[in-house]
Write a protein that binds this ligand. Structure first.
Ligand code: IDP
Ligand code: MG
Length: 162
């Protein structure tokens, strides 16, 4: 199993597309392990994007990412990193394939709606920026129905209808 970090960037929050991002990941079968909204502090943004320091787009990228709240989330699937990157599309929203999040809701190569870890190693570095281990959940799809599952046992009450 792989884990990946997905950020709905400030433009995605401002465009009311948080639900669209989470919805596409959920529908594709990735499992949500944790989610939170925050305003990215300057120092954290600089550290997060430190590999891009010195590039012409670095300073405006930091200004963009710290300008308004983001929504951070962690997802799990057998190939979570590449699956999420496919759903996102190419960095430049204008060049991303039709049907991808960036093409459908992004603006250009800076304001591109979402961040997704580009490798398992990146995900392992990025996830702790936003989540403590105990803030990520391990659960089964049917855990919510524990009462019904127990009811199937020989000595349990059967609750089919309320
Ligand atoms: P990625 O988000 O698709 O992995 P990166 O190359 O890691 O793309 O760049 C990080 C972020 O920096 C992009 O998501 C985008 O917001 C911004 N960015 C990348 N290239 C450019 C550019 O050429 N102009 C403006 N912003 C850029
Ligand atoms: Mg990247």
């Amino acid at each position: 199993m792989e884990r990946t970090l997905i950020l709905v960037k400030p433009d995605g929050v401002g465009k009311h597309r948080v639900g669209s991002v989470l919805d596409r990941l959920e529908r594709a079968g990735l499992r949500l392990l944790g989610v939170r909204m925050l305003k990215l502090p300057q120092t954290q943004a600089e550290e997060f994007y430190k590999d891009h320091k010195g590039k012409p787009f670095y300073e405006p990228l930091i200004r963009f990412m710290t300008a308004a709240p983001i929504v951070a989330s962690v997802w799990e699937a057998p190939a979570a990193v590449s699956q999420a990157r496919s759903l996102m599309g190419a960095t430049d929203s204008l060049k991303a394939d039709a049907g991808t999040l960036r093409r459908d809701f992004g603006t250009n190569n800076r304001y591109n709606l979402v961040h997704g870890s580009d490798s398992v190693t990146s995900a392992q570095r990025e996830i702790p920026f936003f989540f403590k281990p105990e803030e990520l959940f391990t659960y089964g799809d049917h855990d919510w129905n524990a009462e019904r599952t127990e009811a199937r046992g020989p000595s349990s009450r059967v609750i089919d209808k309320i």
